[in-house]
Write a protein that binds this ligand. Sequence first.
Ligand code: NAP
Ligand code: GLV
Length: 309
Amino acid sequence: MRVSFCCTGTTAQPWLDGLRAALPGAVVEVWSAGAAAADHAIVWAPPQQFFDEQTGLKAIFNIGAGVDALMKLRLPPEVPVVRLDDAGMSVQMAEYVCHAVIRHFREFDGYESDMARGEWSYRKPRLHADFPVGVMGLGVLGARVSRALAQFDFPVLGWSRSAKSIPGVQCFSGEAGFNDFLAATRIVVCLLPLTAETEGILRHDTLSRLQPGGYVINVARGRHLVDDDLIALLDSGHLAGAMLDVFRTEPLPEDHPFWKHPKIAVTPHTSARTLREESIAQIAAKIRALQNGTPVSTLAGVVDPKKGY
Ligand code: NAP
Ligand code: GLV
């Protein structure tokens, strides 16, 4: 069995070492133009040439949760794309989002500014009931984040394409549930995949339906958010702030207004990182399962090309 590794921006050697150890007997190589045909591909942001040349693939493994960049390429038809299914990301995402929500709710940003000025001043305690958190996307990451938020007594709402039932979370679904979800939400968290349907979903008309004093946490993809609409709603006072981990252009350009906006906190696409060991163990187990005849449809994380995630 031959495995081709083609991951832009990733240091290959530790992955090759780990994959070779997890798949004894397999030939695991970094792809280069003209390489021999492989059975399995392990990819992150590969060039189109990779798929144009690798025509004998049985499965494509993406070393991230989001497949938006991959799904834009011409992929070999009928070859399953398998994304990371948690692999240590959901706990990281829960940490990040709980931090962002609590930082805003407890006004820690304000206390940091006070501290910088040497000022000892209290803010009035706020009520959890006044800060309902709405999570857009209740998949692997969104479900974990919702459960973690509920532990802190925030009212938690969730919105997904298909109906869900998560203890402690008021679930809404589809177009029909979107309005009610937004109207009942003050802090919105985006954990949707980027697809034709979800691109630009955080825009003026949707964000203005949040409760007054709304707060936006985008940890999914930069293209979910219309940047100018966020700034307009922050400047008008309808929104109180935003914490953003993902951007239309990454790294965030030096002159982008988000850097200096007093109501926006930014982090460099780091809310849930790919963890190498967990990812290798997950991908190797799936390759072994396929080799042993397990039907691909039974594997977790298989992308539905019609839905795009
Ligand atoms: P997932 O398990 O596929 O979950 C996606 C969720 O979004 C599902 O609940 C799905 O609904 C819902 N959804 C999709 N399209 C929708 C639509 N049009 N309307 C309403 N709901 C819709 O994905 P995941 O593993 O949780 O990851 C989510 C995203 O997080 C990834 O795609 C990636 O972009 C992002 N991410 C970011 C980072 C980071 O570091 N910033 C790290 C990892 C992932 P159904 O359940 O009904 O299908
Ligand atoms: C990171 O953004 C991922 O999709 O895994």
